[in-house]
Design a protein. Sequence first.
Length: 407
Amino acid sequence: MKFRRRARLPNSNLVRCKTSVRISLSKSLPWDTILAALILVQSIAVAQNISSPIASANFQISVADRLTIFDKAWETIDKNFFDPKFNGVNWAQMKYKYRLLAEAATDKVQLLDVLQKMLGELHTSHTAASADFQFGTGLGYSQVEDRWLVSRIAPGSPAQLAGIERGWILTGSEGDCIGSNRNVSVHFLDLREQARSATLTCATYASAPEPAATVRALDGTAVYLPFTSFTTGPGTWFADQVVRNKSAQTLVLDLRGNWGGSLEIAQKIFPLFFTEKTDVGAFRDRKGKNLSLKMGGNKSAYRGRILVLTDRNTGSAAEVFASAVQESGRGIVVGQRSKGGVLGATHYKLPNGFDLHVALMDYHTVKGVRLEGRGVIPDVAVDMTIKDFREDRDAVLDRARQLLQSP
């Protein structure tokens, strides 16, 4: 990526904590059971909450344990990755290249960085390593008008303690959270376009809880429903709200920032909107076997108009849902092109609190569109400006309101 003033986007959360979902696949399991268990997750995109910070002493790990973790990670990808050609990467060579770095790593932070870099060679979503701690500066960024703006500041993180504010434009950075120094110097233009700099010492910190979703009426005849992830809590809340608002002429379903989640939850959400049986798409494993994703019809489903809002952080199961609504003609998609991270995946437990997320199956929509690397292209595209972002003006929702006035 290129930035003005040769800015480099710092890794805001170098280490993400582990997810809470784990499944095992067995050759003896029927395919419908396997499909129900597949996890569609954004690759280490959203950290779960951790109850308390972890002391830096816990980062220590022996050479033998580092190599055991590395070998298990490499072998798991070798046996299970959905593409037997590994996206054109010489996977055997990657073992030789990165095992030496794993051996030289001084602690868990550096080992996780080695694993992430090796898996990054595959250039695919849903394949990444994670650990049971979170370590970094606490900064999150969004790309607006080809600039990187601060969009998230974790409570209690080094970034918050330094007084960095949402909407500041990144102009440069030096350092990282990997080496012995573990300081990151960041440079910004603040809300008054004044140059600001800070040196952040990377640290552990707890994640902020997911904000509570709220439903509200729009222009009298429509209801706005945010949907944050295809996980049990948000999924249950969302399903309940759809049922409660079945009389609304239009439902505006906000999937912006929805990173995905469980296919099992998605299978419960689809029938809320489709009265007829609907072919959604198909998964394909490394042996070329297809597994169709179909939804049974629900005569009591919501029958009104649907607008689905998406952005660059709409991923995985949320993209499957948005594309199904779009391709079936059930509704339209408004906003920005989605993330383009759609694969069937699971995660494997590794020693010493490490986890490995592995893409097991590719995915194509019923019309043959491969969403991985492409995303869902909205029917009505809406660009965000820096001014919109800084003033919290929701251009996407404003456009949706305009569409509500048209037949």
